[in-house]
Every structure is written in C-alpha cells, then in structure tokens.
Design a protein around this ligand. Structure first.
Ligand code: GRF
Length: 218
C-alpha cells in the first residue's frame, strides 16, 4: 500500500514529452494560477524540435532535448541513465509523462517507484496503445475519454487515478474527437496532480482511493 501524506512543500515534477506540450501547459497554468501546489523542475524531450520545448521556454522552465538512442521506441540502457541523471540533478520527485512517445523501462520505474503518471486519450482499459481516439471511433463506441494512471511495466495498464468521459458524436472525425479528449486531459492532469500534491491519493494494488480533503491543509 502506498499512502502519501500531504506535503506543505510543492510537488517537484519532471515532465517527459515528445509533442506540442499542451498538457505541460495546462499543468503550468494551474501552478501559476495557484491551484496546484507543485513546481515543474525540468522538461525533457526525445524530439529535438518538439513544441514542448518552446512552451517550457515561455515559462522559463528548465528544458532539454536528451538523446534517446540507442533504441527506437523505448527509453532504456544509456538513454535511461541520461534521463535519470538529469531528473535527479533537478531534484524531480514525481514523473509526469505528457505525450512521451517511448516506453519507459523498469529502471526508471524502480527509481521513481509509484511516482510515475501518464495521461492516455481513452477510457482504459479500453483502447490502449496508439491513436486511441481513432480506435474508439472505428470501434463504434459511444463514449470516449481520457485516463490519468500510474505507470507500470505494461502498456497503459497501471492503476487508474482519474478518468473523464467525452461523448462521441455522429459527426465526429478522429481529429474533432481528439480535440475534445484533449480538452478533458487539460482538466484531468492538473486535477490528478492536485490530488497527489494534497496527499489525497492512496494506492492499494490496482485500486486507487481518493481521500477526502484534509481539514488542515487542503
Ligand atoms: C495527448 O493527447 C496524450 O493523451 C497522448 O499524447 C498527447 C500529448 O499531447 N499521450 P501534448 O504534447 O500534451 O499536446
């Protein structure tokens, strides 16, 4: 059982992303609005010109491209060491995967045991893997959504912290559905991190319990 007590000091977050960084943006916006007691201590990407770097720069966040070689689709071996060293150097305590398009391996998961989160654009366990919004549409589902979950060694299989649903409309294209799912992600990720920062998340096996707000500090 992982039981987190409320911390007065801000949650120190390292963000890993490969894309435009809209989820990073939503988290940083919540921090700047004073609704999330956290600090993004570094942003790391495996894509040299990823939009997430420009967003980080606009908010004066420490950000870097780190060479993801030697593997194509996973973060392992020497690359994992590079990422771990930088996350440690910056004092990251929690890892937020925000559109990071590589599988993180056991080394990083062990190092940050129980403190790695991901957002997935579907209501897990339905539609794990790539382009989940398209999978939901092609399947004929009536409801899609997003999931913030702890990361384990499987693909999109870790304990679920929070989900938000999105109705699928008759006229939806993959693109229009993805836009609405992302709007929900931008609410869900800051909300999930707020629960963690406020010490309200308790993990027991696969079950994640959300504790009531503490009268003194939340
Ligand atoms: C999000 O839609 C997320 O669900 C998926 O990758 C996308 C990242 O988008 N894992 P952004 O880079 O945060 O804009």
């Amino acid at each position: 059982m992982l039981d987190m007590c409320a911390a007065a000091s801000p949650l120190r977050i390292g963000v890993l992303g490969s894309g435009s960084g809209s989820n990073l943006q939503s988290i940083q916006d919540a921090i700047e609005a004073g609704t999330l007691n956290a600090r993004i201590v570094c942003v790391l990407t495996d894509v040299p010109d990823a939009g997430i770097l420009a967003r980080a720069a606009r908010h004066n966040l420490s950000a870097a491209y780190l060479d993801p070689a030697p593997f194509q689709t996973k973060l392992d071996g020497e690359a994992e060491q590079r990422y771990l060293s930088e996350l440690d150097r910056q004092g990251a305590e929690w890892i937020v995967l925000a559109g990071f398009m590589r599988i993180v391996k056991p080394g990083l998961l062990r190092h940050f045991h129980g403190r790695v989160l991901n957002v997935h654009p579907a209501l897990l366990p339905a539609f794990p893997g790539l382009a989940a919004w398209r999978q939901a549409l092609d399947y004929g589902a009536k409801v899609a959504g997003c999931t913030v979950h702890f990361v384990d060694e499987g693909t999109d299989t870790g304990p679920i912290l929070l989900q938000r649903s999105v109705p699928i409309r008759e006229e939806d294209s993959p693109e229009s559905l993805h836009v609405r799912i992302q709007e929900e992600e931008h609410q869900a990720y800051p909300e999930a991190l707020r629960l963690v920062a406020d010490g309200r998340v308790q993990v027991e096996g696969r079950r994640v319990r959300i504790l009531p707000p503490c009268g003194n500090c939340c």
